[in-house]
Ligand binder design. Structure first.
Ligand SMILES: [Zn+2]
Ligand SMILES: [Zn+2]
Length: 795
């Protein structure tokens, strides 16, 4: 008998499967339903550690199972190749981001192949390739046409380390998610996607999809719908505006980027608008506070207060949003010298400026109700402002509505998605600025706008992209008047690339469209999507948004991209810490493969615990799994015998199938181990040994394939059908038999299933309780309902 040697068989079968193109999925297979199984595509960040195997392994076990169930499974793969992480790493090494990224892709491909998956490499995409980002740019144009991509002056998060603007979703606790540097606020002209126009649709769609509840809640909170009222507070007359202010006013009203509301008209109509979810607390409003960035600040500040207000505005600029929000921090603020009128009771209340009010929350202005709000209370205490307790009165709203001082309003916490990046390594934004015609989109026929090779990739820090230095790139002709014009030099956020990649897999080589309607219909929407929960309010939100936009523009027939979603957990080092080089706890999968083989790693990852939890890598446990695989090897190398063992097999088929379907890989593996325990000392018939291999195949595909062929089979085991089970054979062996005397239940006893009448009678009569009733009496009749009931009729 030969010894199990994974290294000898695993590479052999990987080559054989590749040669036969076993996993090059056809768009249609007669008699088979398509099943689109997707795992989130990786950043080409460098070497994989064993934790990176986790999502692919789980996805693969599930996909192989689905295949054996008879589905035509597509499980594609590609690389999210543009973006900050790769670019920062390249700059640190003084490398061209492209050279660095493509080098990593090469390494990662080899490492991914080691896992032995059904990944379909024929559909591979790399988002940094012109034939891919051509369509990213095309999607930008579609949003632009629909009025959903706009150039706006926005207060945006600036990472001083990465030297670029970031979207709100890419900020964690006030820090850049890529480098943990505290972000600053900058007012800049940026390209934004109007995702807020889709806020309600994004909320509604969540009801229709099979996603983890926690992820839905994360998205719901992120979108943050709140219902309340918009209330107008009249400003007490201030000096009539000067000539220059009047002129400014004309231009400011036409600007689309109002950070706040409120207009300065004739003095009697000046007002500040606030949004509140508690209009009933308005009687307790004793002062107002504006964000320092609020448009009215300078206009309403009285001359004698201007000095301190300006001082305060300067100080605010240096603070991060997090600092401004920190609850422990003492409240700061300055008085403007101006008052507003509380519309509920006509009282005069002072208008303050404070940085705890953020410009993009609500209207950038609040009515402060210190008796009913802790933050307002702290502020009132510090500055000796009145605190007024009120009886909450819900009629208020109606009264104010009558006077047109309040209206019902729904607001969302969600912000528009700023997609401009002042960085090199991304898809150029396909826009041209002409001195005469203004912004013009690049005509579709001129796509892609190629990312040029330049010598200095480093971000400048001035807010200008490195591409701005390339005159060759920048200088172009206006598509409208054919005069001299300049290209946009910012590149797109890498999350735009990944917001549609799942569509491209359906038709990755298409040169005329992002994907043909026919192929989209064949595959989309994705049946099962597997990836990390950290993408809940980023990629998973953006992908839904882009899908809905393409649906509404007539390019897609569905408006939710991922019907089912599941998250895998994280694999930690043996010390329960996140695997990282600096901690020295990284497990190198290549080394593990040499030692135990790919199948052992796969099975160990599956066996560790619930898939959605992940956990620490246990170096001892993999030895146990390796031993199990050795025993499986030996079982098949033994001569098959005549022991039928039906029950054990049918039970295992049912349990393992149900477990895989629900991504309970750990309990499926333990069921396999149980089955082996039950049968390895016996002599199962050949068909059952084959069944065992089929059950093992999704987890240990190489070993199963090798043994399958050793048994004399010619076709791949992965093309076999998943075994069926016989429900009757696995039903419980014992039943609860109800025993009655004259129709009244006197006892319930456990009996073997399938007793005949005489056996049931005999057993029933052994019960002490029954004996009591029956002894010395004549049994006139005995009624028996198989496996359920026995009734003695006595006198
Ligand atoms: Zn950063
Ligand atoms: Zn022009």
């Amino acid at each position: 008998m030969t010894k199990y040697n994974p290294n000898k068989i695993e590479r052999k079968w990987q080559k054989a499967w590749a040669k036969k193109k076993l996993y090059f999925t056809k768009d249609k297979v007669k008699g088979k339903k398509s099943f689109y199984l997707l795992t989130m595509f990786p950043y080409p960040s460098g070497n994989l550690h064993v934790g990176h195997w986790f999502p692919y392994t789980g996805t693969d076990v599930y996909g192989r199972f689905k295949q054996m169930q008879g589905f035509n499974v597509m499980s594609p793969i590609g690389f999210d190749a543009f973006g900050l992480p790769a670019e920062n790493a390249a700059i640190n090494r003084n490398l061209d981001p492209k050279v660095w990224t493509y080098g990593n892709i090469k390494t990662m491909k080899k490492q991914l192949e080691l896992i032995g998956t059904i990944l379909d490499w024929s559909r591979e995409i790399i988002t940094a390739e012109p034939d891919y980002y051509k369509w990213t740019q095309w999607i930008f144009l579609k949003l632009y046409e629909a009025g959903l991509a706009k150039r706006e002056r926005v207060l945006a998060n600036w990472c001083p380390h990465c030297k670029t603007i970031l979207a709100n979703e890419q900020i964690q606790n006030g820090e850049c998610e890529r480098c943990d540097t505290a972000v600053e606020q900058r007012l800049l002209d940026q390209w934004v996607f109007k995702i807020t126009d889709y806020a309600q649709k994004l909320l509604d769609g969540l009801e229709e999809i099979d996603w983890p509840e926690t992820t839905k809640v994360l998205q719901k909170n992120w979108i943050g719908r709140s219902e309340g009222a918009m209330i107008k507070f009249l400003i007490l007359p201030i000096l009539s505006p000067t000539k220059s202010e009047k002129q400014n006013r004309g231009s400011s009203i036409s600007q689309p980027n109002s950070l706040n509301s409120g207009e300065i008209g004739t003095s009697s109509k000046d007002y500040i608008e606030v949004f509140t979810t508690r209009p009933d607390t308005i009687f307790g409003a004793t002062f107002m506070a504006l964000a320092p960035e609020h448009k009215l600040v300078k206009k309403i500040t009285k001359d004698q207060f201007l000095g301190q207000v300006n001082n305060y505005l300067e100080k605010t600029k240096k603070k991060t949003e997090l600092e401004r929000l920190a609850e422990v921090k003492e409240k700061t603020g300055v008085f403007t010298g101006t008052y507003a009128i509380n519309p509920a009771n006509g009282e005069k209340i002072p208008i303050w400026i404070s940085d705890f009010v953020l410009p993009h929350y609500g209207t950038g202005a609040i009515m402060a109700v210190p008796a009913h709000d802790q933050r307002d209370f702290e502020f009132a205490k510090k500055f000796n402002l009145p605190i007024k307790k009120i009886d909450l009165d819900s009629e208020i709203f109606k009264e104010l509505s009558k006077k047109s001082l309040a209206e019902r309003k729904i607001t969302y916490r969600l912000h528009d998605w700023i997609i401009s990046r002042q960085r090199y390594w991304g898809a150029p934004i396909p826009m041209i600025l002409c001195g005469k015609c203004g912004w013009q989109s690049v005509p579709e026929k001129d796509l892609p706008v190629l990312l040029p090779k330049i010598s200095n990739y480093k971000p400048s820090g001035t807010g200008e992209s490195p591409l701005a230095k390339s005159e060759k790139f920048v200088k172009t002709k206006c598509p409208r008047c054919f005069g001299e014009a300049r290209r946009e030099t910012d590149t797109m956020d890498t999350f735009v690339d990944s917001a549609w990649y799942f569509l491209r897999y359906a038709d990755s080589k298409n040169k005329k469209e992002f994907a043909s309607r026919e192929k989209l219909k064949a595959w989309l929407p994705v049946n099962m999507y597997i990836g990390g929960q950290e993408h809940a309010t980023k990629h998973l939100l953006y992908a839904r948004f882009i899908t809905k936009v393409l649906h509404d523009s007539g390019y897609l027939s569905f408006d939710e991209p991922f019907l089912s979603l599941r998250h895998q957990g994280l694999i930690f080092g043996a010390d329960s810490q996140k695997m990282s080089k600096s901690r020295g706890n990284v497990i190198d999968p290549d080394e593990m493969v040499k030692k135990f083989g790919s199948d052992a790693i796969r099975m160990h990852l599956c066996f560790m615990g619930p898939y959605e939890n992940g956990g620490p890598w246990d170096p001892k446990a993999i030895v146990g799994v390796y031993r199990f695989l050795n025993r499986a090897w030996n079982l098949v190398n033994k001569k098959p015998g005549n022991d039928k063992l039906d029950k054990s097999f049918h039970k295992a088929i049912k349990k393992i199938g149900e477990d895989i379907e629900n991504l309970r890989f750990n309990t499926a593996v333990s069921e396999l181990m149980k089955l082996l325990n039950e049968v390895e000392d016996k002599q199962p018939v050949k068909k059952q040994v084959e069944t065992f291999l089929k059950l093992l195949a999704p987890f240990a595909p190489h070993l199963a394939e090798e043994l399958w062929h050793q048994l004399g089979n010619k076709k791949s085991i992965h093309l076999e059908k998943w075994p069926e089970y016989d429900q009757k054979l696995i039903e419980e062996e014992v039943v609860d038999l109800v025993i009655q005397i004259n129709g009244r239940t006197r006892d319930i006893i456990r009996t073997p299933r399938g007793l005949i009448e005489s056996e049931a009678r005999e057993l029933a009569l052994k019960s002490e309780k029954i004996k009591k009733y029956v002894s010395g009496k004549e049994v006139k009749k005995f009624i028996y309902l198989s496996d359920r009931l026995a009734n003695f009729v006595i006198q």
